[in-house]
Design a protein around this ligand. Structure first.
Ligand SMILES: NC(=O)c1ccc[n+]([C@@H]2O[C@H](COP(=O)([O-])OP(=O)(O)OC[C@H]3O[C@@H](n4cnc5c(N)ncnc54)[C@H](O)[C@@H]3O)[C@@H](O)[C@H]2O)c1
Length: 270
């Protein structure tokens, strides 16, 4: 079986997000299982053929090192990686700055990435940033992420707080909305399981249309809302005092602030 990327990748942390990326890379033929090593003492079931160890093999280096542990674990894990020399280190740790990583783990090029959970279906969003001018390494990082969904570079690393709030955490906020939609339908008398199916498919279809049509979300909302009809009555509740916009803005602000706190906490003393 051929793979679209050469070399070895070590995945440090194969939990919800590391596992989602792994799943997509194998499904998309980006790597063969024997190119991958999961370093994770607590990893649950891994895809067939993917090896797992508790700690990084001493005296070895991968071509790509992907950090996907919790930000709070960086100081505990970094010493176990301090002697490996990956050509490319990709970190998906929320908040943690590239300079914080560079001070702990030597790598030729460091790229920060912020993916989101739908990467497992190839329908995620991945923001990338690197201060390195190494074009081949940047190209490798992009090739790694391209099968996961929409990939865009950010020139300004400080924008990672915003992108983490919007697209990194975003699926969590959308799932809350779906749950609220389903619960609202059930409260009005629909069977709970049917309300859930209708809510998920409504959000899926609405997002697909927003993506395909090119019209703004507000213009699309107007297309749904017949004058004097049911949608307008509902939108009037969401828009009263800009309720929905204020709530979402406060939600994103809280998430971005937490990203800044994680960045500060990780700086510590290298
Ligand atoms: N979950 C998301 O949607 C998401 C999105 C973007 C970025 N991230 C980032 O990804 C990282 C992981 O998040 P997650 O949600 O997958 O967390 P998770 O808790 O699901 O996974 C973390 C994994 O790290 C493993 N681990 C614990 N100690 C370890 C050690 N010493 N060495 C190696 N592995 C160890 C755990 O066993 C677990 O499998 C975080 O930094 C987070 O900010 C997550």
């Amino acid at each position: 079986m051929s793979a679209s990327l050469p070399g070895r990748l070590w995945l440090v942390g194969a939990g919800n997000m590391g596992g989602a990326m792994l799943e997509r890379w194998l499904a998309g033929g980006v790597f063969r299982p024997d190119q991958l090593l999961v370093i994770d003492p607590g990893a649950k079931t891994l895809p067939a053929g993917v090896a797992r160890v508790d700690a990084a093999p001493e005296g070895e280096s991968p071509d790509i090192l992907l950090l996907a542990i919790k930000p709070q674990l960086l100081d505990a894990v970094a010493p176990t990686l301090a002697t490996c020399r990956p050509g490319l280190l990709v970190s998906i740790l929320a908040g943690v700055e590239a300079a914080t990583i560079a001070a702990r783990i030597p790598a030729a090029t460091i790229v920060r990435a912020m993916p989101n959970l739908p990467v497992s279906l190839g329908q995620g969003v991945v923001a990338l940033h690197s201060d390195a001018a190494d074009t081949p390494a940047r190209d490798t990082a992009e090739a790694l992420m391209a099968p996961l969904g929409l990939v865009e570079w950010l020139d300004d690393e400080t924008l990672f707080h915003a992108v983490t709030a919007l697209s990194g955490s975003g699926p969590g906020f959308v799932y809350r909305f779906i749950a609220a939609l389903a619960e609202g339908g059930a409260t009005l008398g629909l069977p709970a399981d049917q309300a859930q199916r209708f809510a998920v498919t409504t959000v899926e279809g609405a997002a697909a249309l927003a993506s395909a049509s090119g019209a703004t979300p507000d213009a699309l909302a107007d297309r749904v809302a017949s004058p004097g009809g049911t949608t307008r009555a509902g939108l009037d509740v969401l828009d009263d005092g800009d309720a929905i916009r204020r709530l979402v803005a406060a939600t994103l602000t809280a998430a971005a602030r937490r990203s800044e706190e994680l960045a500060d906490a990780a700086k510590g003393a290298a």
